[in-house]
Design a protein around this ligand. Structure first.
Ligand SMILES: [Zn+2]
Length: 432
């Protein structure tokens, strides 16, 4: 290896160290009728879950009829899934200047471009802030230095044709949403940080970057002192909807906005598909799963929930939805097989092609018809002398229940391998 090559490899190594692991995701909800565009940014601070679960609900449960909603639910994704404010330090202090070697460099540069794109009319940056903002000092929780339950503006007016009067807009919104709050403590107020004159720290923030580039922007802060996530998310959604109303963005949601419904939605973790070969229902999976067939590197984890991610530790993996730990798993390494065999099951005596399925329902028993050059492994079942478990009628009583993938049901993994011991796929057999 020559010297130049060595240097390149060294630089590559450094550059991977110097960048975040996960980038944010961007979702565009576009109405059939043209109109204004609202950009909602969540998750800039990883320990403020109201700020990222609320936008995930916008993505999953709202439909835009007129205008546009762009949602970035997880700006600081590495920190969100670790429930830390900023694992590479405070991202919201990197908008005035940022070093190219900063791990957040790409994220901050990309979101700045999105903020400045000409289609974006207004930007909301979502937080859960400390305490409850009050104009006068009452105590350590209720005081002028607190951030919670407030719209944070850097100044009352900015020079731009649309939505220039941030102070007035926010004041009007507080009047509306304060009719729908649960407790007097939770009353929303407008906090003007007068950043230009008073606040050196806020000059480094996302909203100050936006307004100094003539883009209307502000932060919505619910309170860290409100303990229930559902309540914080309710307030975020209440406020965001009011901004959409002011902007003439028409929307529909598939649930009535109240805490119970939000709690139900928050507890739906949806599914994870691994390398397009194994699909797991995250609402039912056991807390720990062993021997998940994975490649050594470069596995593709696809979540239906916008806040889904897998954190790789030294000898296990942890699946997350935002800051919630869903399940832990250990892998067994295989190469992936390029073959896609026809897989036929006899389910309760009836033949069925399940080649393209991830799971099958079974009443009494199943038998997998033998496939040339394919080995079948039913996890939890074994018969002495058989390596391939096709062509054997298997009923629930023949499988050890402790191997069920899910907590609530009798659901077992059936794995398929080719003749080079490369992994083909997993089908789940669910006994009804
Ligand atoms: Zn924050």
């Amino acid at each position: 290896m020559n010297f130049i090559k060595k240097i390149t490899i060294f630089l590559l190594f450094i550059s991977t160290l110097n960048s975040s692991i996960l980038h944010y995701k961007k979702y565009e909800l576009t109405g059939k009728q043209k109109g204004n565009t609202l950009l909602v940014i969540g998750g800039i601070h990883g320990n403020e879950p109201g700020g990222y679960f609320a936008p995930s609900i916008l993505i999953l449960h709202y439909k835009i009829l007129k205008g546009n909603l762009i949602v970035v639910p997880n700006l600081n994704f590495d920190s969100d899934i670790r429930n830390q404010r900023g694992i590479y330090k405070d991202m919201n202090r990197k908008f005035a200047r940022i070093s190219k070697t900063d791990p957040d460099y790409k994220i901050v540069t990309d979101i700045k471009k999105l903020i400045l794109s000409k289609d974006v009319d207004l930007i909301l940056n979502l937080h859960d802030g400390h305490g409850f903002y009050r104009k006068k000092w009452e105590n350590v929780i209720f005081n002028p230095k607190a951030w919670g339950q407030a719209f944070i503006i850097d100044q009352k007016n900015i020079k731009t044709p649309k939505y220039f009067n941030l102070g007035e807009i926010c004041k009007n919104i507080t009047k509306k949403i304060n009719n729908d709050i649960f407790s007097k403590k939770h009353i929303f107020r407008v906090k003007n940080t007068k950043t230009k004159f008073h606040d050196e720290q806020m000059k480094l923030s996302l909203t100050y970057f936006a307004i100094t580039h003539n883009k209307p922007a502000l932060a919505i802060e619910t309170s860290k002192n409100i303990t229930k996530l559902r309540t914080k998310v309710y307030y975020q959604l209440l406020a965001i909807e009011e901004f959409m109303n002011i902007m003439g963005i028409k929307f529909k949601r598939d649930f009535e906005l109240n805490e119970n419904n939000i709690a139900r939605i928050l507890s739906d973790y949806k599914s994870l598909t691994i390398n397009k070969r194994f699909k797991i229902d995250l609402n039912r999976v056991k807390p720990f799963v062993n021997f998940v067939p994975l490649k050594r590197n470069g596995n593709k984890f696809t979540f239906t929930h916008p806040l889904g991610a897998v954190i790789k530790y030294k000898n296990f993996y942890q699946a997350m939805i935002g800051n919630k730990k869903i399940f832990k798993f250990k892998s067994e390494n295989f190469d992936l097989s390029p073959t896609k065999p026809n897989i036929i099951f006899l389910i309760d005596g009836k033949k069925r092609d399940v080649s393209n399925e991830y799971n099958v329902n079974i009443k009494n028993s199943f038998k997998i018809l033998p496939i040339k050059n394919v080995r079948v492994n039913v996890i939890g079942f074994s018969l002495i002398g058989y390596k391939d478990e096709s062509n054997i009628e298997i009923s629930l009583s023949k499988i050890q229940k402790k191997y069920s993938l899910y907590k609530d049901k009798n659901v077992f993994r059936i794995e398929f391998y080719d003749n080079k011991n490369r992994y083909i796929k997993t089908i789940l057999a669910e006994f009804q």
